[in-house]
Ligand binder design. Structure first.
Ligand SMILES: [Zn+2]
Ligand SMILES: [Zn+2]
Length: 199
């Protein structure tokens, strides 16, 4: 009898050890899971300074706002010289309106011109096509003149440039601004025809 009782006690103890061990492993696993869940977002944001917004776990509204910011960023091509992808663009050519680095643009009279368009200015005679009076109160017409200039350069391949002239109005004590559109002498009539009804 005593022997059977001893065996039963041993078996019970053995079972207890197994149960306690099993429970310990279970508790340890649960603890590890909650710990890793709690710390993973912070760890991810520290490790990746530029998280991929399409894959992130941000709130959808935040993702939308981040995508909006991406659109606002100027494109690389607009920031850098068309001839030197590593040089920042600084000055706009009066003919093509592209922004070039210091090495690629040269001053000529009151203008700045790229290497392609400086010889063009020097080779031909240029004359006034139209003069527009603008003011800060009414910049509309001036904006339109620049739009038309861009249009005839891009669509008709006719180069023109705009000069800004200032006149001091002594009577009324303010400065008048005039925008003057110039074209090659032999193209003036064509340009006049193009800009008719537009400015
Ligand atoms: Zn140019
Ligand atoms: Zn350049």
């Amino acid at each position: 009898m005593e022997q059977t009782a001893l065996i039963l006690i041993i078996l019970t103890l053995f079972l207890l050890v197994i149960i306690v061990g099993f429970l310990t492993i279970l508790i340890y696993k649960m603890f590890r899971e909650t710990k890793s869940n709690g710390s993973s977002p912070t760890a991810a944001s520290i490790e990746t300074p530029h998280p991929d917004i399409s894959k992130s776990e941000f709130h959808p509204a935040i993702i939308e706002r981040l995508k909006g910011l991406e659109k606002v960023k100027p494109k690389r091509a607009e920031l850098f010289c068309p001839n030197h992808s590593e040089e920042p663009g600084e000055t706009m050519c009066a003919i093509c309106d592209k922004i070039f680095c210091k090495a690629c643009i040269k001053p000529f009279k009151s203008l700045h011109l790229c290497k392609e368009h400086l010889p063009l200015i020097m080779r031909y005679d240029w004359d006034e096509v139209v003069t527009i009076k603008t003011s800060t109160h009414d910049p509309e017409q001036g904006v339109r003149l620049y739009d038309v200039k861009k249009e005839i350069f891009e669509e008709d391949d006719i180069p023109t440039y705009v000069e800004t002239h200032y006149k001091i109005n002594v009577d009324q004590d303010y400065i008048e601004t005039y925008l003057v559109l110039f074209a090659q002498l032999e193209l003036i009539e064509r340009v006049r025809e193009k800009i008719k009804d537009k400015v």
